[in-house]
Design a protein around this ligand. Structure first.
Ligand SMILES: [Zn+2]
Length: 320
């Protein structure tokens, strides 16, 4: 399904909580296409990408960067996602072929990740990036992030992440939401949200239903952009409908979120140079060249022997 991924930020009328909501179907599907993931790996990577995109738009500056690493003893081994304040996100899973039987009819994401740790690195341009780490709660991603916000950020938040995967293995729908309590919430807000979240619908199903209802009502007159925005608006309305009116969320802004890998030949050259000149000389002499692959988007960069020698001499190939 080709669609435009979008997010929205909302604040409830009483100023008690903020909502970050995103539909990330294209991001998750792009990752699946690039990494050729099995359904359980698609779900695991898709959830971390969605969380990354949401945490990206929570940051203040476009250049702010957040890295999420889920590392466990399960067969998926590691999932790494990097997101920016711009809404750009990229990621990979160590073993995209991990295949596990369904557990209670659901994709066994927790078993794929296993027991391990979640590390979150936020780089907001200060001297040192901020690093937080917790033990994984379930490896199901959303629970782990909810725990992370509470333990490491001392912020009461709820994270919902989900996907529906078609029988062919493609991503039919992916979405996520982070609800973050503001300091000094109005009395009753926490209880009302807790009650709401106890019976919360699947966020990916909600996205699918909202999109298809918006499409059938007004699809003919909508651009991709307004379809994506109205879908989010509809999701927000439906999800929070059971709350008392004083906690009704109101839209602050829409944001773009997208898959984007920012690797380039220049960056890969930096990686090569960071190996040191001796190591580069070895590559040039013994291997007569080098091929490097970007782990995030699997683009391959090849360097001939002459190009490596030029790098060692400090010459860069002129851009043409
Ligand atoms: Zn790349």
């Amino acid at each position: 399904m080709v669609s435009l991924d979008k997010a929205l930020i909302a604040l409830d009328k009483s100023g008690s909580f903020r909502v970050y909501l995103a539909v990330t179907t294209t991001i998750a599907e792009t990752a699946r296409e690039i990494h050729k993931t099995t359904p359980v790996a698609t779900a695991a990577l898709g959830r971390v990408l969605t969380a990354g995109a949401l945490m990206g738009i929570m940051m203040k500056q476009p250049s702010d960067k957040v890295t999420l690493q889920f590392k466990g003893d399960g067969p998926a081994r590691e999932i790494l996602v990097t997101a920016y304040g711009t809404g750009d996100v990229k990621g990979y899973v160590s073993d995209p072929d991990v295949d596990l039987p369904l557990k209670d009819g659901k994709l066994a994401v927790g078993d794929a990740i296993g027991i391990g740790q979640l590390t979150c690195i936020r780089d907001i341009g200060l001297k040192e990036p901020y690093l937080g780490r917790i033990d994984l709660v379930s490896g199901e991603i959303a629970d782990d992030l909810t725990a992370y916000f509470f333990i490491s950020d001392q912020k009461e938040s709820s994270v919902l992440l989900g996907e529906t995967i078609a029988e062919t293995g493609t991503v039919q729908s992916a979405a996520g939401m982070i609800i973050q309590m503001m300091p000094d919430p109005k009395e009753g807000a926490v209880d009302a949200l807790e009650a709401l979240l106890r019976d919360a619908p699947s966020i990916a199903k909600l996205a699918e239903e909202a999109r298809s209802d918006v499409l059938s009502a007004r699809g003919a007159v909508l651009t991709e952009q307004s379809l994506a925005e109205e879908t989010l608006g509809e999701m927000l309305k439906r999800f929070f409908a059971p709350l008392p009116a004083e906690f009704e969320p109101e839209l602050l802004e829409y944001r773009d979120v997208r898959w984007n890998c920012d690797c380039s030949r220049e960056r890969i050259e930096e990686v090569l140079l960071s190996l040191g000149r001796a190591e580069l000389a070895k590559l040039a002499e013994e291997d007569h060249g080098a091929e490097l692959m970007c782990q995030f988007c699997r683009s391959r960069y090849t360097f001939t022997q002459d190009e490596l020698l030029a790098l060692i001499k400090g010459e860069r190939k002129p851009k043409c």
